[in-house]
Ligand binder design. Structure first.
Ligand code: FER
Length: 344
């Protein structure tokens, strides 16, 4: 709890720094980035993978509720628990050459414990938050990714699934650093090219994966949620199941406490093309108490609704910009995959 307060204070401090920069507008990029670079690595990590939560605390609302569309806001304890009778996969690290970035780049991968080249597995591409990298999810045991995937497979709800965690900062300049300004965010918007043209083909060539859209999933947290929405709207035919968790601002133009966002598209463009093959499930969610992205995810839901784009939206009661939101999003994505595939 104390940690949460400290993190919120750090975020407010950064926000006030950004506000000051705006007042004396003439600051150079470097000056602005220095303000952000001045953040401790620990605080940057809070953006990348969420504010820490007390793992032993009850889920925020405390109650199990399943809504009419099958969403269970809180990831059930038995799904995120470490069970003695389940063998979990472990994350390992690899690299691939990215033509998009002109350099070798890293990824973390979670293979099922009994991964075998004789089987073929679905793949989830999972995108981290701002300031993160390919270690953001694998380095934070409290997001329970490997437990959720392992337990749901052990319970027969989903097939054993590979999880790939890329580095989403697809810069062409190895010295460029992420930050809260439009230019420093461009490499995140370039990730669509790295993912589609470099990483996905590499994963297909190196691992025993099912290649169709039905078995290719995309999810992301915060900045990764924003890019999940962007990539899904641009390339809806590539992914069967998608979840944007606590998506950051900037899909459409806006100004928040951190920066002015030029927008990746206009509000009316925030839809699938008329003749597009679209995901079976396109889900957006956010904690009801998100102290970093606030109501931006809800505003994306409203825009998608206005534009007639099918999607699922739900709020996780009591969750902040944290692992409770991440666990919920990942669980509900797999739950939807399980239900949808059971009908086929
Ligand atoms: C912003 C607010 C939040 C933003 C990014 C974030 C680039 C991302 C937060 C996260 O990834 O945790 O204005 O602009």
């Amino acid at each position: 709890m104390k940690k949460n307060v400290l993190v919120c204070m750090a975020i407010l401090l950064i926000a006030s720094c950004c506000a000051c920069e705006k007042k004396d507008g003439g600051k150079s990029m470097t000056d602005k980035n220095e303000t952000i670079i001045g953040m401790s690595e620990e605080d940057k990590g809070k953006f990348a993978t969420g504010i820490s939560v007390d793992e032993n605390a009850a889920s925020p609302s405390g109650e199990k509720s399943v809504s009419s569309d099958g969403i269970e806001e809180q990831c059930p304890a038995e799904i995120s628990a470490t069970r003695s009778d389940v063998k979990y996969g472990e994350f390992t690290h690899g690299t691939y050459y990215s033509k998009t970035c002109g350099m070798e780049r890293g990824y973390s991968i979670l293979l099922p414990a009994d991964y075998s080249a004789d089987k073929k597995y679905p793949v989830l591409y999972l995108l981290h938050g701002i300031f993160g990298d390919e270690y953001s999810f694998s380095g934070d045991a409290s997001n329970k990714i490997k437990e959720i995937v392992g337990n749901m497979a052990a319970d027969g709800l989903i097939e054993e699934t590979i999880v790939v965690c890329p580095n989403m900062f697809a810069a062409t300049d190895p010295n460029q650093k992420p930050g809260f300004d439009a230019e420093a965010c461009l490499p995140y918007d370039n990730f669509i090219n790295d993912l589609v043209n470099d990483l996905m083909p590499y994963i297909k060539s190196e691992y025993s994966v099912r290649v169709g859209r039905e078995d290719t999933y995309l999810a992301g947290f915060s900045m990764g949620g924003r890019e999940t929405i962007f990539i899904t709207l641009k390339r809806p035919e590539l992914f069967g199941y998608v979840c944007a968790i606590s998506a950051a601002p900037g899909v459409v133009a806006t100004k928040d406490m951190f920066m002015s966002h030029p927008g990746q598209m206009t509000e009316s463009e925030m839809r699938f093309a008329d003749d597009a093959v679209v995901p079976n499930v396109f889900m957006l969610c956010c904690g009801s108490k998100d102290s970093v992205v606030g109501t931006y995810p809800k505003s994306y839901h409203e825009l998608l609704t206005t534009n007639g784009t099918d999607h699922i939206w739900y709020e996780i009661q009591g969750a902040d910009h944290d692992n409770n939101a991440i666990k919920s999003g990942i669980y509900n994505l797999f739950k939807k995959i399980s239900e949808d595939k059971a009908q086929k």
